[in-house]
Design a protein around this ligand. Structure first.
Ligand SMILES: Nc1ncnc2c1ncn2[C@@H]1O[C@H](COP(=O)(O)OP(=O)(O)OP(=O)(O)O)[C@@H](O)[C@H]1O
Ligand SMILES: [Mg+2]
Length: 148
């Protein structure tokens, strides 16, 4: 499912939900625009509410915001979509953010002299585990959050 409009409606969420339960997972695509981050938060919030996992919404929103912001920035020049996948497995929520660029993320440690690098630092701090999975023509950066 690709979202072209800036509004993520309840109707679209229902369509996504019909495509798979929390163990099978769901995935949507967003154009690499600034709206991708707020749209991905709306998507994550809606899906997790429907999966009856309200306690993990706040952390999941923070993680998806950082991963999608990075993916959208990396994809802007090529104009390729960013994907957001959610899946639950054995008490963990897996957030998977994909893009079609091959440059790999770099975990930085932000300092006063060079304050960039909060995004992945935050993701690494909040996640039980996180990582990057390379794919043909791109990659997925994923985060695991406890959601039991
Ligand atoms: N999806 C991605 N594709 C390519 N490079 C990435 C991706 N995600 C992160 N990176 C690289 O990893 C670096 C660290 O990402 P991080 O989110 O920690 O910092 P930032 O985006 O530079 O700054 P901040 O998040 O603090 O605004 C980025 O500067 C970028 O070089
Ligand atoms: Mg960032």
């Amino acid at each position: 499912m690709t979202l072209e409009t800036p509004v993520f409606t309840a109707h679209q969420v229902e369509a996504v939900m019909a495509s798979g339960g929390k163990n099978q997972g769901v995935r949507v695509s967003f154009p690499p625009k600034p709206l991708a981050a707020p749209m991905s938060r709306m998507f994550v919030t809606d899906v997790l509410q429907q999966w009856h996992l309200p306690d993990v919404v706040q952390d999941a929103d923070a993680v998806v915001t950082e991963l999608v912001s990075n993916a959208a920035a990396a994809s802007a020049a090529a104009g390729t979509d960013v994907t957001v996948g959610l899946r639950v497995e054995q008490g963990s929520l897996f957030i998977e953010v994909g893009d079609q660029t091959e440059t790999l993320p770099v975990l930085r440690y932000p300092t006063l002299e060079d304050p960039r690098g909060w995004g992945l630092f935050l993701v690494a701090s909040m996640s039980q585990r996180w990582g990057t999975r390379q794919q043909i023509g791109g990659k997925i950066i994923w985060s695991e959050l406890a959601c039991a």
